[in-house]
Design a binder for this molecule. Structure first.
Ligand SMILES: Nc1ncnc2c1ncn2[C@@H]1O[C@H](COP(=O)(O)OP(=O)(O)OP(=O)(O)O)[C@@H](O)[C@H]1O
Ligand SMILES: [Mg+2]
Length: 191
């Protein structure tokens, strides 16, 4: 409810929702269908076209969580990972090593789309709100916020400090519960 502006970026499975907030209401917002699932798709496609190997959704998810990095540069510090899938040539199971750098490159388009959405939302806000966001930083929520090196990459691109919310996977549910305790205030702020 503060009169200062803040920005929240919620990176879920299906969508990334970006909003600047002030006085308990949304000032500007964007929602794009680029989030966790698209990271997984990009990983599946990369493994398919470069290794002729078919992997499932769960393997893609494991790869993303274990070695996925929003930064190609920082991915050099992450060890490779052994994964299993079905060889599309022989039809048989096969295991290969994938490099974190290659996975980081494979998911770059999605990372960049998220950054563009954040920049556009910042551009739509008043200079005062933008100045507040520069002072207080951007808060990331949702499971996608846990992608390695994502805060640094967003911060570098926007020149704004970026933080991960406490409990990024649960904070939306916790916050909804909190807001229900103040339902009267919420009603007033919607008018
Ligand atoms: N450590 C991690 N690194 C990267 N991604 C992660 C990590 N942990 C979870 N995720 C991803 O976070 C996403 C789920 O996040 P969340 O629970 O916030 O989404 P959701 O609220 O169900 O989706 P939406 O908001 O789009 O409806 C999944 O794509 C999951 O793969
Ligand atoms: Mg969500």
């Amino acid at each position: 409810m503060d009169p200062t502006g803040s920005m929240v970026v919620d990176i879920g499975g299906g969508t990334t929702d970006v909003a600047t907030i002030s006085l308990g209401g949304i000032v500007s917002s964007t929602s794009i269908r680029q989030a966790g699932d698209k990271f997984n798709n990009a990983i599946i496609n990369y493994i398919h076209s470069n290794f002729n190997l078919l992997i499932g959704e769960r393997t893609a998810e494991d790869i993303k969580i274990q070695i996925g990095s929003a930064s190609v540069e920082k991915a050099k510090e992450i060890e490779s990972m052994n994964i299993r899938g079905r060889d599309l040539v022989t039809g048989l199971p096969k295991s290969i090593d994938v490099e974190a750098v290659d996975i980081a490159k494979a998911i770059q388009d999605v990372v960049q789309d998220i950054i563009v959405a954040i920049k556009e939302t910042l551009e739509q806000t008043s200079p005062e709100i933008a100045a507040d966001v520069i002072d207080h930083g951007i808060v990331l929520t949702g499971g996608g916020a846990l992608l390695k090196n994502l805060p640094e990459v967003i911060s570098e691109a926007t020149k704004v400090p970026v933080f991960i919310a406490q409990d990024p996977l649960d904070c939306v549910a916790i916050g909804t519960g909190e807001s229900l305790k103040n339902i009267e205030v919420m009603r007033r702020s919607r008018k």
